[in-house]
Write a protein that binds this ligand. Sequence first.
Ligand SMILES: Nc1ncnc2c1ncn2[C@@H]1O[C@H](COP(=O)(O)OP(=O)(O)OP(=O)(O)O)[C@@H](O)[C@H]1O
Length: 308
Amino acid sequence: MIEAKNLTKRYGDKTAVNGLSFTVEPGRVTGFLGPNGAGKSTTMRLLLGLDRPDGGEATVNGVRYSDLPQPMRVVGALLEARAVHTGRSAYDHLLCLAQTQGFGKRRVEEVIDQVGLTPVARKRAGGFSLGMGQRLGIAAALLGDPAALVLDEPVNGLDPEGILWIRNLMKSLAAEGRAVFVSSHLMNEMAVTADHLIVIGRGRLVADCSTQEFIERSTEQSVLIKTPDRERLSALLRSHGGTVTDTEEGDLDVVGIEAPRIAELAAGGGLVLHELSTRRGSLEEAFMELTKDAVEYDAGVPTAGGVK
Ligand SMILES: Nc1ncnc2c1ncn2[C@@H]1O[C@H](COP(=O)(O)OP(=O)(O)OP(=O)(O)O)[C@@H](O)[C@H]1O
């Protein structure tokens, strides 16, 4: 389990991470979301002991990274997508890393196989594509068979096949009981990958809830109605507490009453409906709205214990 307690990091006047507390549980993929500059990479660097916090602390299985005797056995990390600038082969690169931690050749071969690099394992890693470089980075993260993984924007710059591969890998690593913590600024990507979401805006926690809960709470539901009895239906729905707006196409958009109830009310009033459809706002819109709120109002958003 990864835990951040009141984590704070300042760079000069800028507070990159501001009193952040959350836990990343084993057995699930936890998405770490925030717009550019929200503080995701800084938080991950603090978790991995690459930077010192100005306040609070970050631990993995209750221990600070810098105090872990064999860190690669506890947490594997992939930080920022970049090509590996090495004249060494993928195999030699991993073997070198493995030897620093006392892992053998067999483990190197296993992780190479796991990430699908066996056919190119003896080729110079410096010539790898971004996708192959990512696979190599993930192989390095997996070397110690760690209980937790920290992956910073692993899908950045990958083609659809690479994205699908990483997505499935993260899910299977979580299914094996590992804590998988993955950052992204893409809401839609996290919606299909993560079981749980931690959302930050300007270094502060905005939401900490299951992905399902986030989707349900964040995307407001409205009902679109096509009807020849627009005026009467509109008045009827308003009298039952609905918020009714006219769309540019001359239809009705209703918030606050669900479709089956609208159909019953219309039938009761002898009003004709030509179309009745439930719509949800896009997740990406909801995410932008949420992080904007964090900055401007810091209210009305889902957190672990409900809506803040
Ligand atoms: N070494 C540093 N020195 C000064 N400011 C920094 C440093 N590292 C990060 N920052 C600032 O802290 C804030 C958070 O940056 P961080 O890289 O953690 O955000 P992020 O959420 O990972 O963004 P992105 O998705 O763009 O990588 C930004 O405003 C950034 O400019």
